[in-house]
Design a protein around this ligand. Structure first.
Ligand code: SF4
Length: 457
Protein backbone atom coordinates (compact mmCIF):
# COMPACT_ATOMS: atom_id res chain seq x y z
CA UNK A 1 0.00 0.00 0.00
CA UNK A 2 1.32 3.44 -0.95
CA UNK A 3 2.33 5.51 2.05
CA UNK A 4 0.55 8.86 2.43
CA UNK A 5 3.03 11.68 3.04
CA UNK A 6 3.16 13.03 6.59
CA UNK A 7 1.74 16.50 5.90
CA UNK A 8 -1.35 15.10 4.20
CA UNK A 9 -1.88 12.30 6.74
CA UNK A 10 -1.50 14.74 9.65
CA UNK A 11 -3.94 17.15 8.02
CA UNK A 12 -6.50 14.36 7.64
CA UNK A 13 -5.95 13.32 11.24
CA UNK A 14 -6.36 16.83 12.60
CA UNK A 15 -9.48 17.66 10.62
CA UNK A 16 -11.32 14.39 10.24
CA UNK A 17 -11.00 12.45 13.45
CA UNK A 18 -11.96 12.75 17.09
CA UNK A 19 -8.52 11.63 18.22
CA UNK A 20 -6.25 14.71 18.29
CA UNK A 21 -7.38 16.05 21.65
CA UNK A 22 -7.08 12.65 23.39
CA UNK A 23 -3.62 12.10 21.94
CA UNK A 24 -2.43 15.60 22.79
CA UNK A 25 -3.65 15.39 26.39
CA UNK A 26 -2.15 11.92 26.92
CA UNK A 27 1.25 12.91 25.49
CA UNK A 28 1.44 16.11 27.55
CA UNK A 29 0.47 14.16 30.65
CA UNK A 30 3.37 11.72 30.06
CA UNK A 31 5.77 14.56 29.34
CA UNK A 32 4.82 16.27 32.64
CA UNK A 33 5.18 13.01 34.57
CA UNK A 34 8.60 12.49 32.99
CA UNK A 35 9.69 16.00 34.02
CA UNK A 36 8.61 15.46 37.61
CA UNK A 37 10.37 12.08 37.77
CA UNK A 38 13.71 13.30 36.44
CA UNK A 39 13.98 16.51 38.44
CA UNK A 40 14.17 14.53 41.70
CA UNK A 41 17.31 12.71 40.50
CA UNK A 42 20.37 14.86 41.15
CA UNK A 43 22.57 12.69 38.95
CA UNK A 44 20.16 12.64 36.00
CA UNK A 45 22.56 14.29 33.55
CA UNK A 46 25.36 11.99 34.72
CA UNK A 47 23.12 8.97 34.10
CA UNK A 48 22.31 10.21 30.58
CA UNK A 49 25.98 10.74 29.84
CA UNK A 50 26.91 7.29 31.14
CA UNK A 51 24.14 5.61 29.15
CA UNK A 52 25.19 7.43 26.01
CA UNK A 53 28.81 6.35 26.44
CA UNK A 54 27.85 2.72 27.07
CA UNK A 55 25.72 2.66 23.94
CA UNK A 56 28.36 4.38 21.80
CA UNK A 57 30.97 1.92 23.01
CA UNK A 58 28.70 -1.09 22.38
CA UNK A 59 27.69 0.05 18.90
CA UNK A 60 31.33 0.72 18.03
CA UNK A 61 32.25 -2.82 19.03
CA UNK A 62 29.01 -4.53 18.13
CA UNK A 63 30.44 -7.53 16.28
CA UNK A 64 32.43 -8.56 19.38
CA UNK A 65 29.51 -8.11 21.76
CA UNK A 66 27.17 -10.05 19.47
CA UNK A 67 29.57 -12.97 19.44
CA UNK A 68 29.99 -12.78 23.22
CA UNK A 69 26.22 -12.69 23.68
CA UNK A 70 25.72 -15.67 21.39
CA UNK A 71 28.42 -17.77 23.08
CA UNK A 72 27.08 -17.07 26.59
CA UNK A 73 23.46 -17.65 25.63
CA UNK A 74 24.34 -20.95 23.99
CA UNK A 75 26.25 -21.98 27.12
CA UNK A 76 23.01 -21.32 29.06
CA UNK A 77 21.12 -23.73 26.78
CA UNK A 78 19.46 -21.07 24.63
CA UNK A 79 19.09 -21.60 20.88
CA UNK A 80 20.24 -18.58 18.88
CA UNK A 81 18.96 -17.70 15.40
CA UNK A 82 20.16 -14.89 13.14
CA UNK A 83 17.73 -13.03 10.90
CA UNK A 84 19.05 -10.66 8.29
CA UNK A 85 15.66 -9.33 7.23
CA UNK A 86 12.15 -9.02 8.62
CA UNK A 87 11.05 -11.89 6.39
CA UNK A 88 13.83 -14.06 7.81
CA UNK A 89 12.58 -13.32 11.32
CA UNK A 90 8.99 -14.19 10.40
CA UNK A 91 10.08 -17.39 8.69
CA UNK A 92 12.17 -18.53 11.67
CA UNK A 93 9.31 -17.92 14.10
CA UNK A 94 6.78 -19.57 11.80
CA UNK A 95 8.91 -22.68 11.43
CA UNK A 96 9.42 -22.96 15.18
CA UNK A 97 5.65 -22.83 15.69
CA UNK A 98 4.74 -24.98 12.71
CA UNK A 99 7.20 -27.78 13.54
CA UNK A 100 5.60 -28.06 16.98
CA UNK A 101 2.00 -27.73 15.70
CA UNK A 102 1.42 -24.66 17.85
CA UNK A 103 -2.05 -23.27 17.04
CA UNK A 104 -1.52 -19.78 18.41
CA UNK A 105 1.02 -17.44 19.91
CA UNK A 106 0.74 -15.07 22.88
CA UNK A 107 2.89 -12.07 22.21
CA UNK A 108 4.01 -9.29 24.52
CA UNK A 109 4.78 -5.85 23.11
CA UNK A 110 7.46 -5.93 20.45
CA UNK A 111 7.95 -3.05 18.05
CA UNK A 112 10.41 -5.22 16.14
CA UNK A 113 7.68 -7.71 15.22
CA UNK A 114 5.45 -4.76 14.28
CA UNK A 115 8.26 -3.46 12.07
CA UNK A 116 8.47 -6.87 10.36
CA UNK A 117 4.65 -7.37 10.12
CA UNK A 118 4.87 -10.69 11.94
CA UNK A 119 1.21 -10.92 12.98
CA UNK A 120 0.07 -10.76 9.38
CA UNK A 121 2.73 -13.26 8.26
CA UNK A 122 1.71 -15.84 10.87
CA UNK A 123 -2.02 -15.34 10.47
CA UNK A 124 -1.78 -15.81 6.71
CA UNK A 125 -0.23 -19.21 7.46
CA UNK A 126 -2.92 -20.28 9.90
CA UNK A 127 -1.34 -19.33 13.23
CA UNK A 128 -3.33 -16.93 15.42
CA UNK A 129 -1.53 -14.22 17.33
CA UNK A 130 -2.80 -12.60 20.52
CA UNK A 131 -1.14 -9.35 21.52
CA UNK A 132 -1.26 -9.30 25.30
CA UNK A 133 -0.17 -5.77 26.17
CA UNK A 134 -3.49 -3.93 26.73
CA UNK A 135 -2.70 -1.11 24.33
CA UNK A 136 -1.43 -3.52 21.67
CA UNK A 137 -4.54 -5.67 22.14
CA UNK A 138 -6.76 -2.64 21.60
CA UNK A 139 -5.08 -1.68 18.33
CA UNK A 140 -5.00 -5.33 17.23
CA UNK A 141 -8.77 -5.63 17.77
CA UNK A 142 -9.27 -2.30 15.98
CA UNK A 143 -7.07 -3.59 13.11
CA UNK A 144 -4.84 -0.52 13.38
CA UNK A 145 -1.11 -0.09 13.81
CA UNK A 146 0.21 1.35 17.11
CA UNK A 147 0.42 5.14 17.24
CA UNK A 148 3.09 5.27 19.97
CA UNK A 149 5.87 2.88 20.91
CA UNK A 150 5.10 2.82 24.64
CA UNK A 151 1.37 3.60 24.60
CA UNK A 152 0.20 1.94 21.37
CA UNK A 153 -3.46 2.99 21.71
CA UNK A 154 -2.69 6.54 22.81
CA UNK A 155 -4.92 7.94 20.09
CA UNK A 156 -8.01 6.05 21.27
CA UNK A 157 -10.71 7.58 23.48
CA UNK A 158 -12.44 5.58 26.23
CA UNK A 159 -15.65 5.77 24.22
CA UNK A 160 -13.98 4.18 21.19
CA UNK A 161 -12.45 1.43 23.30
CA UNK A 162 -15.79 0.75 24.97
CA UNK A 163 -17.44 0.45 21.58
CA UNK A 164 -14.64 -1.79 20.28
CA UNK A 165 -14.83 -4.12 23.29
CA UNK A 166 -18.60 -4.26 23.04
CA UNK A 167 -18.32 -5.43 19.45
CA UNK A 168 -15.42 -7.84 19.93
CA UNK A 169 -15.85 -9.05 23.52
CA UNK A 170 -19.52 -8.40 24.13
CA UNK A 171 -18.92 -6.02 27.04
CA UNK A 172 -21.73 -3.73 28.23
CA UNK A 173 -22.64 -1.14 25.63
CA UNK A 174 -21.47 2.40 26.46
CA UNK A 175 -19.70 1.37 29.66
CA UNK A 176 -16.62 3.59 29.60
CA UNK A 177 -15.28 2.73 33.03
CA UNK A 178 -11.55 2.13 32.55
CA UNK A 179 -11.38 -0.51 35.28
CA UNK A 180 -14.33 -2.42 33.84
CA UNK A 181 -12.81 -2.37 30.35
CA UNK A 182 -9.36 -3.41 31.60
CA UNK A 183 -10.81 -6.31 33.58
CA UNK A 184 -12.77 -7.45 30.53
CA UNK A 185 -9.58 -7.52 28.43
CA UNK A 186 -7.74 -9.27 31.24
CA UNK A 187 -10.40 -11.98 31.50
CA UNK A 188 -10.43 -12.48 27.75
CA UNK A 189 -6.64 -12.82 27.56
CA UNK A 190 -6.35 -15.03 30.62
CA UNK A 191 -7.73 -18.10 28.80
CA UNK A 192 -5.26 -17.49 25.97
CA UNK A 193 -2.37 -17.33 28.43
CA UNK A 194 -3.40 -20.44 30.33
CA UNK A 195 -3.58 -22.63 27.24
CA UNK A 196 -0.67 -21.14 25.29
CA UNK A 197 1.99 -23.47 24.00
CA UNK A 198 4.22 -20.66 22.75
CA UNK A 199 5.01 -17.13 23.91
CA UNK A 200 6.98 -14.44 22.14
CA UNK A 201 8.43 -11.20 23.52
CA UNK A 202 10.52 -8.31 22.30
CA UNK A 203 13.75 -7.48 24.12
CA UNK A 204 14.65 -4.23 25.87
CA UNK A 205 18.24 -5.19 26.65
CA UNK A 206 20.47 -8.12 25.79
CA UNK A 207 23.41 -8.52 28.16
CA UNK A 208 26.53 -9.76 26.36
CA UNK A 209 28.36 -10.75 29.54
CA UNK A 210 25.62 -13.18 30.61
CA UNK A 211 23.84 -14.04 27.37
CA UNK A 212 20.54 -13.03 28.96
CA UNK A 213 17.65 -10.84 27.86
CA UNK A 214 15.72 -8.27 29.89
CA UNK A 215 12.13 -7.34 29.15
CA UNK A 216 10.24 -4.59 30.94
CA UNK A 217 6.44 -4.37 31.15
CA UNK A 218 3.90 -2.71 33.40
CA UNK A 219 1.35 -5.48 33.03
CA UNK A 220 3.40 -8.61 33.66
CA UNK A 221 2.14 -10.02 30.39
CA UNK A 222 5.58 -11.07 29.14
CA UNK A 223 6.16 -13.07 32.35
CA UNK A 224 2.75 -14.70 32.27
CA UNK A 225 3.22 -15.82 28.67
CA UNK A 226 6.81 -16.98 28.98
CA UNK A 227 6.40 -18.78 32.29
CA UNK A 228 3.32 -20.69 31.20
CA UNK A 229 4.22 -21.70 27.65
CA UNK A 230 6.68 -24.47 26.91
CA UNK A 231 8.23 -22.64 23.96
CA UNK A 232 9.57 -19.13 24.55
CA UNK A 233 10.88 -16.93 21.76
CA UNK A 234 12.55 -13.55 22.17
CA UNK A 235 13.14 -11.26 19.18
CA UNK A 236 15.98 -8.78 19.57
CA UNK A 237 17.35 -6.11 17.24
CA UNK A 238 21.16 -6.11 17.15
CA UNK A 239 21.28 -2.63 18.69
CA UNK A 240 19.70 -3.81 21.96
CA UNK A 241 22.94 -5.15 23.38
CA UNK A 242 24.74 -3.76 26.40
CA UNK A 243 28.04 -5.18 27.62
CA UNK A 244 27.54 -5.89 31.34
CA UNK A 245 24.82 -6.80 33.81
CA UNK A 246 25.82 -3.77 35.90
CA UNK A 247 25.01 -1.49 32.94
CA UNK A 248 21.37 -2.45 33.31
CA UNK A 249 21.07 -0.35 36.46
CA UNK A 250 21.77 2.78 34.42
CA UNK A 251 19.28 1.97 31.68
CA UNK A 252 16.46 0.73 33.91
CA UNK A 253 16.58 3.98 35.89
CA UNK A 254 16.47 6.05 32.72
CA UNK A 255 13.86 4.04 30.82
CA UNK A 256 10.93 4.05 33.27
CA UNK A 257 11.33 7.70 34.16
CA UNK A 258 11.65 8.84 30.56
CA UNK A 259 8.78 6.71 29.29
CA UNK A 260 6.03 7.09 31.87
CA UNK A 261 7.53 9.01 34.77
CA UNK A 262 7.76 5.88 36.91
CA UNK A 263 10.91 5.38 39.04
CA UNK A 264 11.12 1.94 37.45
CA UNK A 265 8.86 -0.11 35.19
CA UNK A 266 6.66 -2.47 37.23
CA UNK A 267 8.19 -5.71 35.94
CA UNK A 268 11.81 -6.09 34.84
CA UNK A 269 12.19 -9.74 33.86
CA UNK A 270 15.50 -11.40 33.12
CA UNK A 271 15.54 -14.60 31.10
CA UNK A 272 18.63 -16.75 31.36
CA UNK A 273 17.84 -20.26 30.23
CA UNK A 274 15.00 -22.57 29.24
CA UNK A 275 12.55 -23.80 31.86
CA UNK A 276 12.75 -27.50 32.76
CA UNK A 277 11.19 -29.35 29.78
CA UNK A 278 11.04 -26.03 27.93
CA UNK A 279 12.79 -24.39 24.99
CA UNK A 280 14.20 -20.86 24.83
CA UNK A 281 15.02 -19.27 21.47
CA UNK A 282 16.45 -15.82 20.77
CA UNK A 283 16.25 -14.42 17.25
CA UNK A 284 18.83 -11.70 16.65
CA UNK A 285 17.59 -9.38 13.91
CA UNK A 286 19.39 -6.98 11.60
CA UNK A 287 16.72 -5.76 9.16
CA UNK A 288 18.67 -2.72 7.95
CA UNK A 289 20.45 -1.91 11.21
CA UNK A 290 23.97 -2.81 9.97
CA UNK A 291 23.57 -0.45 7.02
CA UNK A 292 22.36 2.25 9.40
CA UNK A 293 25.36 1.62 11.65
CA UNK A 294 27.62 2.38 8.70
CA UNK A 295 26.19 5.88 8.18
CA UNK A 296 28.68 8.34 9.59
CA UNK A 297 26.21 11.11 10.37
CA UNK A 298 23.36 8.96 11.58
CA UNK A 299 24.60 5.82 13.31
CA UNK A 300 24.16 7.22 16.82
CA UNK A 301 20.38 7.05 16.38
CA UNK A 302 20.83 3.34 17.12
CA UNK A 303 21.45 4.28 20.77
CA UNK A 304 17.67 4.64 21.15
CA UNK A 305 16.12 2.66 24.00
CA UNK A 306 12.56 3.28 22.76
CA UNK A 307 11.28 5.25 25.74
CA UNK A 308 8.97 7.44 23.65
CA UNK A 309 9.94 10.66 25.47
CA UNK A 310 10.85 12.44 22.23
CA UNK A 311 7.34 11.74 20.92
CA UNK A 312 5.57 13.05 24.01
CA UNK A 313 7.47 16.32 23.88
CA UNK A 314 7.25 16.88 20.12
CA UNK A 315 4.63 19.47 19.08
CA UNK A 316 4.40 17.95 15.61
CA UNK A 317 3.82 14.42 16.94
CA UNK A 318 1.29 15.63 19.48
CA UNK A 319 -0.71 17.51 16.86
CA UNK A 320 -0.43 15.19 13.89
CA UNK A 321 -0.64 11.85 15.71
CA UNK A 322 1.51 8.76 15.42
CA UNK A 323 -0.19 7.22 12.40
CA UNK A 324 0.67 10.20 10.21
CA UNK A 325 4.32 9.07 10.06
CA UNK A 326 3.37 5.81 8.33
CA UNK A 327 5.99 3.76 10.18
CA UNK A 328 6.09 1.62 13.33
CA UNK A 329 8.34 4.07 15.16
CA UNK A 330 6.82 7.56 14.78
CA UNK A 331 7.87 10.95 16.13
CA UNK A 332 11.32 12.52 16.06
CA UNK A 333 13.27 9.27 16.38
CA UNK A 334 11.12 7.65 13.66
CA UNK A 335 11.90 10.62 11.42
CA UNK A 336 15.63 9.94 11.63
CA UNK A 337 15.60 6.15 11.45
CA UNK A 338 13.18 5.82 8.56
CA UNK A 339 15.30 7.66 5.94
CA UNK A 340 18.17 5.40 6.95
CA UNK A 341 15.99 2.44 5.97
CA UNK A 342 14.48 3.91 2.80
CA UNK A 343 15.27 7.48 1.88
CA UNK A 344 12.95 7.54 -1.12
CA UNK A 345 9.90 6.43 0.78
CA UNK A 346 10.44 8.51 3.92
CA UNK A 347 12.03 11.66 2.49
CA UNK A 348 9.27 13.83 3.97
CA UNK A 349 9.73 12.82 7.61
CA UNK A 350 12.85 14.86 8.48
CA UNK A 351 10.78 17.90 7.50
CA UNK A 352 8.01 16.95 9.97
CA UNK A 353 9.67 18.85 12.76
CA UNK A 354 9.81 22.36 14.19
CA UNK A 355 13.50 21.74 15.04
CA UNK A 356 12.80 23.14 18.50
CA UNK A 357 15.28 20.63 19.95
CA UNK A 358 13.04 19.48 22.81
CA UNK A 359 13.44 15.87 21.58
CA UNK A 360 17.21 16.03 22.08
CA UNK A 361 16.78 17.63 25.50
CA UNK A 362 14.63 14.81 26.85
CA UNK A 363 16.40 11.89 25.18
CA UNK A 364 17.84 9.71 27.98
CA UNK A 365 20.70 8.50 25.77
CA UNK A 366 21.53 11.94 24.40
CA UNK A 367 20.84 11.37 20.73
CA UNK A 368 21.25 14.64 18.84
CA UNK A 369 17.84 14.13 17.25
CA UNK A 370 17.20 17.62 15.92
CA UNK A 371 20.78 17.82 14.59
CA UNK A 372 20.20 14.60 12.65
CA UNK A 373 16.83 15.84 11.38
CA UNK A 374 18.61 18.88 9.97
CA UNK A 375 21.39 16.75 8.48
CA UNK A 376 18.83 14.46 6.81
CA UNK A 377 17.22 17.54 5.25
CA UNK A 378 20.59 18.48 3.81
CA UNK A 379 21.10 14.98 2.41
CA UNK A 380 17.60 14.92 0.91
CA UNK A 381 17.93 18.37 -0.65
CA UNK A 382 21.33 17.50 -2.11
CA UNK A 383 19.97 14.29 -3.58
CA UNK A 384 17.38 16.38 -5.46
CA UNK A 385 14.39 14.72 -3.80
CA UNK A 386 12.73 17.92 -2.64
CA UNK A 387 9.75 19.22 -4.64
CA UNK A 388 10.38 22.32 -6.78
CA UNK A 389 7.65 24.12 -4.83
CA UNK A 390 9.90 23.87 -1.78
CA UNK A 391 13.40 24.06 -3.25
CA UNK A 392 12.79 27.04 -5.57
CA UNK A 393 11.59 29.46 -2.84
CA UNK A 394 14.52 28.30 -0.70
CA UNK A 395 16.96 29.11 -3.52
CA UNK A 396 15.36 32.53 -4.02
CA UNK A 397 15.44 33.15 -0.26
CA UNK A 398 19.08 32.16 -0.09
CA UNK A 399 20.02 34.59 -2.90
CA UNK A 400 18.01 37.44 -1.40
CA UNK A 401 19.41 36.92 2.10
CA UNK A 402 22.98 36.79 0.86
CA UNK A 403 22.93 40.22 -0.87
CA UNK A 404 22.28 43.39 1.14
CA UNK A 405 20.71 45.46 -1.59
CA UNK A 406 18.44 42.61 -2.73
CA UNK A 407 17.34 42.06 0.85
CA UNK A 408 16.51 45.75 1.30
CA UNK A 409 14.69 45.91 -2.01
CA UNK A 410 12.61 42.81 -1.35
CA UNK A 411 11.77 44.07 2.16
CA UNK A 412 10.61 47.38 0.72
CA UNK A 413 8.57 45.60 -1.95
CA UNK A 414 6.97 43.20 0.56
CA UNK A 415 5.98 46.04 2.89
CA UNK A 416 4.37 47.97 0.05
CA UNK A 417 2.58 44.89 -1.25
CA UNK A 418 1.24 43.97 2.19
CA UNK A 419 0.10 47.55 2.76
CA UNK A 420 -1.77 47.96 -0.51
CA UNK A 421 -2.99 44.39 -1.16
CA UNK A 422 -3.33 42.63 2.23
CA UNK A 423 -6.10 40.28 1.07
CA UNK A 424 -4.17 39.22 -2.00
CA UNK A 425 -1.01 38.69 0.06
CA UNK A 426 -2.89 36.42 2.49
CA UNK A 427 -4.48 34.51 -0.38
CA UNK A 428 -1.07 33.88 -1.96
CA UNK A 429 0.09 31.81 1.02
CA UNK A 430 -3.07 29.86 1.87
CA UNK A 431 -1.32 27.22 3.99
CA UNK A 432 0.33 29.83 6.18
CA UNK A 433 -2.81 31.87 6.56
CA UNK A 434 -5.16 28.95 7.26
CA UNK A 435 -5.03 29.59 10.99
CA UNK A 436 -3.60 33.13 11.14
CA UNK A 437 -3.22 36.34 9.13
CA UNK A 438 -0.01 37.86 7.86
CA UNK A 439 1.12 40.69 10.18
CA UNK A 440 0.59 44.36 9.40
CA UNK A 441 3.86 45.60 7.90
CA UNK A 442 5.87 48.32 9.67
CA UNK A 443 6.18 51.70 7.93
CA UNK A 444 9.92 51.37 7.60
CA UNK A 445 12.61 48.73 7.92
CA UNK A 446 14.65 48.33 11.09
CA UNK A 447 17.66 49.65 9.21
CA UNK A 448 15.82 52.83 8.23
CA UNK A 449 14.53 53.24 11.80
CA UNK A 450 17.99 52.70 13.22
CA UNK A 451 19.70 55.21 10.94
CA UNK A 452 17.06 57.81 11.75
CA UNK A 453 17.14 57.23 15.50
CA UNK A 454 20.90 57.02 15.65
CA UNK A 455 21.10 60.45 14.07
CA UNK A 456 18.40 61.77 16.44
CA UNK A 457 20.03 60.14 19.46
S1 SF4 B 1 15.30 8.79 20.65
FE1 SF4 B 1 15.71 9.04 22.83
S2 SF4 B 1 13.81 9.98 23.59
FE2 SF4 B 1 13.29 9.12 21.60
S3 SF4 B 1 12.51 7.07 22.02
FE3 SF4 B 1 14.72 6.87 21.64
S4 SF4 B 1 15.67 6.97 23.65
FE4 SF4 B 1 13.61 7.77 23.88
Amino acid sequence: MKRIKHAKAADQYIHKSAHPKAQHVAAIHLRNKRDRAVTVIDEWEELRETASKIKLHTLSNLHGYLEEFEANAKANGVIIHWAQTGDDLNKIVYELLDERNVPYLVKSKSMLTEECHMNQYLEERGIDVYDTDLGERIVQLAKEPPSHIVVPAMHKTKEEISDLFHKTMNTEKDNVDAKYLTLAARKDLRTKFMNAEAALTGVNFGVAETGTVTIVTNEGNADLGVNKAKLQIHCMGIEKLIPKLNDLSVFLRLLGRSATGQPITTYSSHYHKPKPEGEMHIVIVDNGRSDHLGMEDFWTALKCIRCGACMNTCPVYRSGGGHSYGYTVPGPIGSIITPARDITQYDDLPFASSLCGSCSDVCPVKIDIHGQLLKWREVIVESGQVAKSKSLPMKIGSTVLSKGQWYRLSGWGARKFLNYFPKLANAMVPKWTKGRELPNPPKESFREWYIKNKKNG
